[in-house]
Design a protein around this ligand. Structure first.
Ligand code: M6R
Length: 615
C-alpha cells in the first residue's frame, strides 16, 4: 500500500529518495514525506497529496544530507494530511520512522504511552512505533536499533519499517513482517532500501530481500549491512541479482503506464509462454510446478485464492482446468476464504494468484491452507515477492513491472499461465489427445499476433468510448469463460473512470439486472462464436427489446450480432478456451479512453493502491 525508500551512503540522499518515491507512487499517493540527517540535524518535510507537492514544498529549502528516508502513503488510520504523513518523529526530535502495514494493537500501545507522558500529534497507528522505540531506548539505555528490535516483540500486525536517529548519523535500521522490503547494495559502499526494487534498479542490481521478522542494520562505520532476526541472532544476507531493467519502469513515450501496459500485451503473453511449450514436439511444461503435477492431478480439488483482477483470472482458470484436465477447481475470494473456517486438508492444492505477490488477504489465505496441510502454489508476477517465497512451488507470469494501478497485462499473463497449467495437467492426465494438444499450442502461440490485431482497433474503440463517456451505469455480460471477462471489464471501468458498472453471467440478467435497462444503459456483451453464441444473441435481443444500447465484442466476420448491436468490436477467431485473452483487450482500451475523456487520473485512481498489503 504505502511505499518506502531510504538511502545511506555518500550521495546527497534527498534526490535519490525523491526519485524513489516517484517510482513508488503507484503504491499510495495521498501524502508523502522525507526525513534527512543533515549536519547533526533531523530535517523532516511532509505534504498531503502527490509526491510532486512534497517536491515543490521541499525545494524551497536547501536540503543536504547523506542519510534519508521517504514514504508515500495510502491512508489507513487518519486522513491524508500533512501531520498524518510519514515520517513520524519522536517527541525529542531524535528518531524518525516510516512504516508500511498496520499495527493492529496500536490502540492499547498508544494508551500505555500516553499514560507515560507521550503526546501524539497524528491519528496514525505508526506514531506508536516511534514513541515505543524512544521509550524503550530511554528506559533500557540501548541504542535505537536495539530498541526497535525489542519494540517489535510488543507489536501485533504487519510492518515494513525504516528508522534513523540523529544520535547515530551513520546508521539506518529496517525491519519487516508481512510487508515487503528490499535492500540494494550500492557500488560505492552505499545502500538503498525500498518496498520493491523499482527505486533501486538504476543504482545497483545486487539486492537482499528481507524475510519476515528480519532486521537490517546498516552501519557505514562498521561493515555495512548486517541482518538479524528479532531474537537478535545474526543471519547471512542472501544476495540476489535483479533482472529488472530500467526501461520497464518508464512510460516509454506513452501518455500513461496503463496504455503502455495494454500495448505490451503481445510481448508479455509471449514472454509468459516462451520456453514453456513446443508446438512442433507437442509438449507443454511449467517447470516451477513439475514436481507437483501428480499431486495436482490426484488432489481432492484445486482451490484458487485471489483478489480483484487476479480472482477474475482464477475464474477463467477454473473453466480451463475443469474443461481440459477434468480436475475439480474452486475459486475463492482470499478475504472470504481466510475467515470462514474452510474445509481443507492435505489432499487439497491451494493456488494463489497475485500480480504483486504481496496482497495481504491472499497471503493469509495461503498461510491458513498451509497450516491445514494443503500444498500451496503461487502464480505471481513480482519475482521474490512474499507469496512466491512462502509457496511450495509456483510459476512466474513474466509480464514485467505493472505500474498502472488498473491491472491489464498481469491479467492476460495470469490467464496464459492458467492455460499452460490446464494443458500441462491435461497432457499428463491424458484428458487431451496429442492432436488436440498440438492445435491448442499452435493457437496459444498465435495469440500475441492476434492481440496486436485487436490493438489496431484502438481508434474505433476510442470513438465508441466518446459516445459512452458520460453514462452513470454500465452492464457487462458474458457466458462461460467470457463471464469473468465481463467482470473484469466492469472492474476496469469502475476503478479508473468511477462509472458504476456490473459484470453478470448473461443469462442471469433476467433475474434482476434487466430492471435497470433503458435507453441510457450501455450493455457490453462478449458475443464471440462458440457454444453459447446463440444463447448470448438471445440475451442481446432481450436488452434491445428494452431499448438498451449494445456494444458487442464479436468474432471477425460476424454478421448476425452486427445487425442488432449498436456497435461491434471484432476480435480474431480463436479456440473458445482462449477467447478471454483477446476479448479483454477492447474492454481495457474502452475503460482507458473513457477515463481519459473524463479527465480521471488513469494510473493512480482515487482511493486505490497497487499493492494491497492491508486486509
Ligand atoms: O497484486 P494482486 O494481483 O494480488 O492484486 C489483487 C487486486 O488488488 C488487484 O487485482 C486489483 O483488483 C486491481 N486494481 C484491479 O485492476
Amino acid at each position: 500500500m504505502c511505499g518506502i525508500v531510504a538511502y545511506i551512503g555518500k550521495k546527497n540522499a534527498f534526490p535519490v529518495v525523491l526519485k524513489g518515491l516517484k517510482r513508488l507512487e503507484y503504491r499510495g499517493y495521498d501524502s508523502a514525506g522525507v526525513a534527512l540527517l543533515s549536519k547533526g540535524n533531523l530535517l523532516v518535510y511532509k505534504k498531503a497529496g502527490k509526491v510532486s507537492n512534497l517536491e515543490d514544498y521541499a525545494n524551497q529549502f536547501d536540503i543536504s544530507g547523506h542519510i534519508g528516508i521517504g514514504h508515500t502513503r495510502w491512508a489507513t488510520h487518519g486522513l491524508p494530511t500533512d501531520i498524518n504523513a510519514h515520517p513520524h518523529v519522536s517527541m525529542d526530535g531524535t528518531i524518525a520512522l516510516i512504516h508500511n502495514g498496520i499495527i493492529e494493537n496500536y490502540d492499547s500501545l498508544r494508551k500505555e504511552l500516553i499514560n507515560q507522558g507521550y503526546v501524539f500529534k497524528s491519528e496514525t497507528d505508526t506514531e506508536v512505533l516511534v514513541h515505543l522505540i524512544d521509550n524503550i531506548s530511554k528506559k533500557e539505555k540501548v541504542w535505537f536499533g536495539e530498541a526497535l528490535r525489542i519494540a517489535l516483540h510488543y507489536v501485533i500486525g504487519a510492518y515494513a519499517i525504516v528508522a534513523i536517529s540523529k544520535d547515530y548519523p551513520n546508521r539506518l535500521v529496517a525491519a519487516r513482517k508481512s510487508s515487503p522490503l528490499v535492500v540494494g547494495i550500492g557500488t560505492e559502499g552505499d545502500f538503498y532500501l525500498a518496498s520493491d526494487a523499482s527505486p533501486i534498479v538504476e543504482y545497483t542490481k545486487q539486492v537482499v530481500y528481507l524475510n519476515d521478522e528480519e532486521i537490517a542494520v546498516i552501519d557505514l562505520e562498521n561493515d555495512g549491512l548486517k541482518l538479524y532476526n528479532i531474537g537478535d541472532q545474526q543471519k547471512t544476507p542472501y544476495i540476489q541479482q535483479l533482472e529488472l531493467e530500467l526501461e520497464a519502469l518508464e512510460k516509454g513515450g506513452y501518455e500513461h503506464f496503463m496504455l503502455k501496459e495494454i500495448y505490451e500485451q503481445p510481448r508479455s503473453i509471449l514472454d509468459c509462454f516462451r520456453g514453456r511449450l513446443n508446438t512442433n514436439e507437442g509438449w507443454v511444461s511449467l517447470r516451477g510446478i513439475r514436481e507437483y503435477e501428480d499431486k495436482m492431478i490426484q488432489a481432492n480439488r484445486l482451490v484458487i485464492v485471489a483478489c480483484g483482477t487476479s480472482w477474475h483470472a482464477g475464474l477463467v482458470g477454473e473453466y480451463l482446468i475443469e474443461d481440459l484436465a477434468r480436475i475439480n477447481v474452486e475459486v475463492e475470494y482470499a478475504s472470504e476464504f481466510r475467515y470462514r473456517n474452510p474445509i481443507i486438508d492435505e489432499r487439497d492444492v491451494v493456488i494463489a494468484i497475485s500480480q504483486s505477490g504481496e496482497t495481504a488477504d491472499t497471503l493469509a489465505a495461503l498461510e491458513l491452507a498451509k497450516s491445514k496441510g494443503a500444498t500451496i502454489l503461487g502464480i505471481c508476477n513480482v519475482v521474490g515477492s512474499s507469496i512466491s517465497r512462502i509457496t511450495d512451488a509456483g510459476s512466474y507470469t513474466h509480464a514485467g513491472p505493472e505500474i498502472g494501478v488498473a491491472s491489464t497485462k498481469a491479467f492476460t499473463a495470469q490467464v496464459t499461465i492458467l492455460a499452460l497449467m490446464a494443458l500441462t495437467l491435461a497432457q499428463k492426465k491424458g484428458t487431451i489427445t496429442q492432436s488436440a494438444l498440438h492445435t491448442m499450442l499452435a493457437e496459444l502461440e498465435s495469440i500475441p499476433n492476434k492481440v496486436k490485431r485487436v490493438l489496431e482497433s484502438n481508434g474505433h474503440i476510442e470513438r465508441i468510448a466518446a459516445q459512452y463517456k458520460d453514462v452513470s451505469n454500465a452492464l457487462y455480460l458474458g457466458r462461460g469463460n467470457s463471464f469473468p471477462v465481463a467482470l473484469e471489464g466492469a472492474l476496469k471501468l469502475k476503478e479508473i473512470s468511477y462509472i458504476h458498472a456490473e459484470g453478470y453471467p448473461a443469462a442471469e440478467m433476467k433475474h434482476g439486472p434487466i430492471a435497470l435497462i433503458d435507453e441510457n444503459m450501455p450493455v457490453f456483451v462478449i458475443a464471440t462464436q462458440g457454444n453459447s453464441y446463440e444463447k448470448v444473441v438471445s440475451n442481446i435481443q432481450e436488452v434491445k427489446a428494452r431499448k438498451g444500447k449494445i456494444i458487442a465484442i464479436v468474432t471477425e466476420g460476424d454478421i448476425h450480432v452486427r445487425e442488432i448491436a449498436d456497435e461491434v468490436i471484432e476480435i480474431p477467431e480463436t479456440n473458445e478456451c482462449l477467447v478471454p485473452l483477446l476479448a479483454t483487450i477492447p474492454l481495457q482500451l474502452l475503460s482507458y479512453h473513457i477515463a481519459v475523456m473524463r479527465q480521471c487520473n488513469v494510473d493512480q485512481p482515487r482511493n486505490l493502491a497497487k499493492s494491497v498489503t492491508v486486509e
